[in-house]
Ligand binder design. Structure first.
Ligand SMILES: Nc1ncnc2c1ncn2[C@@H]1O[C@H](COP(=O)(O)OP(=O)(O)OP(=O)(O)O)[C@@H](O)[C@H]1O
Length: 379
């Protein structure tokens, strides 16, 4: 949908912010521009809505040169979200969100109705509608910024470090919300960040830029983590690239053992009859099948199970939605070295050892080397 064709931006003082950049930004997906401070990300984004004009090269939107389009028409087709939301401080939340529909002449009631609908869409409580921006938290303000950008239903959303100013937990919530909104609305989003984790999480495609405004690599995140183009990209991705790449392999194929699962009301005879050859620990569950903790078989054969004596099982993973990274994390954090898999209701579905996860990782790498595609799974 957006094609950046050999674009250069030279500012009047001679700074080359962007140097012969070419990118094909796919339709209805999130393309992330990432790179160190000053590498030209913001300049690139602003050239897309003509807040900055390129010195050379062309940008095409749906095959048409954006230079040939009136700036106002162009900007109407592009929502713009910036860090700290950039809200109008003297307007209520509802009126902030209704800004563009009002500019388009929608009328007050229709604009406000649309604003209410968007508050709901971005997860804002309707009770906040009459407040002013200063009466909202940073995360809430950022949601207002996203709602305002979506108000006139533009096909394109440009987002410049929109979540950088909030704490990590709020940030994760905003990222998840953006992925949900993108899934529902199918916008074409260009997202600027300097945080590679954010880029890998959000991007369908990731453009890594280097200082001097040049493109270092343009690839889907799994490809980036597997085959960084050069040492700059490799360094930028960080030292735990291998672990992060596991986020792209689903945990669904892991072989789970169910024989060690033991209900808390199991009798000594039932426990003694268990085949524990494959697993040194038993996972004790409550009567609903939810995990309580680990026990060594010899500690249980004595009689009634005392839940206070159990070894904590740590955090479980959900095979249907989690990745091998999540499963490995659970196993690494588990005092027994075994990870607990649960179903959507939190009931124990099986257990798996670090060794089995290790074998699955090797299998996944081998498969991916044969060219199998890696889909994004929950991280
Ligand atoms: N108006 C301007 N005049 C001159 N130089 C500029 C101007 N705006 C930006 N620059 C320079 O262009 C280069 C790219 O800036 P830009 O803001 O696009 O980078 P960025 O990657 O978004 O950085 P950051 O992550 O720090 O926001 C920088 O060297 C910057 O100093």
């Amino acid at each position: 949908m957006i094609r950046i064709d050999s674009v250069t931006k030279r500012y009047p003082d001679g700074t080359v912010a962007v140097d012969r950049l070419s990118l094909e930004i796919p339709d209805r997906s999130i393309t992330v521009l990432v790179g160190p401070s000053g590498c030209g990300k913001t300049t690139t984004l602003r050239m897309i809505n003509r807040m900055v004009e390129p010195s050379e090269g062309t940008i095409l939107l749906d095959g048409k040169d954006i230079q040939q389009q009136p700036v106002n028409t162009l900007r109407r087709s592009m929502g713009y979200v910036i860090q700290n939301a950039g809200l109008f401080q003297h307007r209520t939340i509802l009126d902030n969100i209704a800004t563009v529909p009002r500019l388009l002449g929608w009328g007050k009631e229709k604009s406000r109705a649309r604003a209410r609908e968007l508050m709901d869409r971005v997860g804002l409580d309707g009770a906040l509608a009459k407040r002013y921006p200063y009466q909202l938290s940073g995360g809430q303000q950022q949601r207002v910024g996203v709602a305002r950008a979506l108000a006139a239903d533009p096909p394109v959303l440009l987002m410049d470090e929109p979540f950088s100013a909030v704490d990590p937990i709020v940030r994760k919530g905003l990222q998840d919300e953006l992925l949900r909104i993108q899934g529902e609305l199918g916008k074409t989003i260009v997202f600027v960040t300097h945080d590679i984790d954010e880029a890998v999480k959000l991007g369908t495609m990731v453009a890594v830029m280097r200082t001097g405004g040049r493109l270092a690599q343009f690839a889907p995140p799994a490809e980036l983590l597997t085959n960084p183009a050069d040492s700059f990209v490799e360094d930028f991705l960080g030292t735990d690239r291998g672990i992060r790449r596991l986020s792209f392999f689903p945990a669904a194929g892991l072989e789970l053992l169910t024989s060690p699962i033991t209900a808390i009301d199991a009798t000594a005879e039932q426990i003694a009859a268990r085949d524990t050859a494959d697993a040194p620990y038993l996972l004790v569950t409550d009567l609903d099948g939810k995990p309580l903790g680990w026990a060594e078989p010899q500690d249980l054969t004595a009689g009634a199970i005392d839940s206070a004596q159990l070894i904590p099982y740590g955090r479980p993973f959900v095979p249907g939605t989690d990745s091998l990274r999540a499963a490995l994390d659970c196993a690494v954090l588990s005092p027994t070295g075994w990870a607990v898999a649960v179903d959507g209701e939190g009931r124990a579905a099986g257990v798996v050892s670090q060794q089995t996860i290790g074998e699955a990782i090797r299998g996944a790498h081998a498969k991916s080397a044969q060219g199998a595609t890696t889909e994004k799974v929950a991280r």
